[in-house]
Design a protein around this ligand. Structure first.
Ligand SMILES: Nc1ncnc2c1ncn2[C@@H]1O[C@H](COP(=O)(O)OP(=O)(O)O)[C@@H](O)[C@H]1O
Ligand SMILES: [Mg+2]
Length: 228
């Protein structure tokens, strides 16, 4: 079995992290709906925020599927790396980047796992389903998507984060506007110059594991390569 790794995040990477939430708080604030999709790490359900009816997506991840943990400054327990990376990406006054899914909330279910609440764009579909339904993308649409993914990845890299699992299932498309958002930071990591010795995703971008420099250019190169 793989070691569960705990990475210390620098305090300048995470500011103002809230105290942990527990499941009872989730049930007071959100209603869960039907299954939207599932992948290697969790199941994602539609949901609704009770206070204002906002449509959300809720990702359920169980503790035994989490391979990477992060210890947050000032917090007693480690949290899944996915939550820590999303906190990093959403911090600050700009509330992240329009091409990256926004985490609205997260909750711990002691002994079981975590619930992560995300924004859910109104008319969205992941790119895998989009392509399955519509067939091969026309070049202008493909170019538009690729440009947006690259811009979003550049933002991640500027924040010191690498996604490592860019593939069609992890890209949401707003079917009305053609805007995209990158989802699923479950295989993500903090950018570093040394060798990565772990990877839990299944995509071709898993090759990143064997690269000495998992830097911006490598991930962007793979993104371009995967789009052909
Ligand atoms: N915010 C969201 N809004 C709508 N659908 C989503 C959202 N997040 C995930 N999904 C759907 O759920 C699927 C699985 O989510 P993902 O986070 O990739 O889980 P996993 O880590 O198990 O791969 C996605 O491929 C997508 O179809
Ligand atoms: Mg996924």
């Amino acid at each position: 079995m793989l070691d569960k790794r705990i990475v210390d995040l620098r305090s300048d990477q995470l500011e103002g992290v809230r105290a942990k939430n527990v499941k009872e708080h989730f049930e007071k604030q959100y209603k869960m709906g039907s299954l939207l999709g599932s992948g290697g790490f969790g199941s994602v359900f539609s949901g609704q925020r009770i206070s204002d009816g906002l449509q959300v997506a809720v990702k359920q991840i169980s503790c035994d599927r989490i391979q990477q943990w992060a210890s947050l400054p000032g917090a007693a327990n480690a949290v899944p790396m996915e939550i820590a990376l999303l906190l990093c990406l959403g911090r600050g006054s700009g509330s992240g980047h329009r091409g990256i899914i926004r985490m609205l909330d997260w909750f711990e279910m002691p002994g079981q796992g975590y619930l992560i609440v995300f924004e859910k764009p109104q008319h969205c579909q992941d790119l895998f389903d989009f392509i399955t339904e519509r067939g091969a993308l026309e070049e202008p649409i493909a170019q538009r998507f690729l440009k947006q993914v690259i811009e979003a990845l550049q933002f991640c890299h500027s924040e010191g984060i690498v996604h490592r699992d860019i593939k069609d299932e992890n890209i949401l498309v707003d079917t009305r506007t053609g805007d995209i958002k990158i989802i699923d930071f479950g295989s993500g990591a903090v950018l570093k110059d040394s060798i990565y010795t772990d990877f839990e995703g299944k995509a071709a971008s898993g090759w990143l594991l064997h690269m000495h420099e998992c830097n911006m250019n490598v991930e962007l190169f793979l993104m371009t390569f995967l789009s052909f």
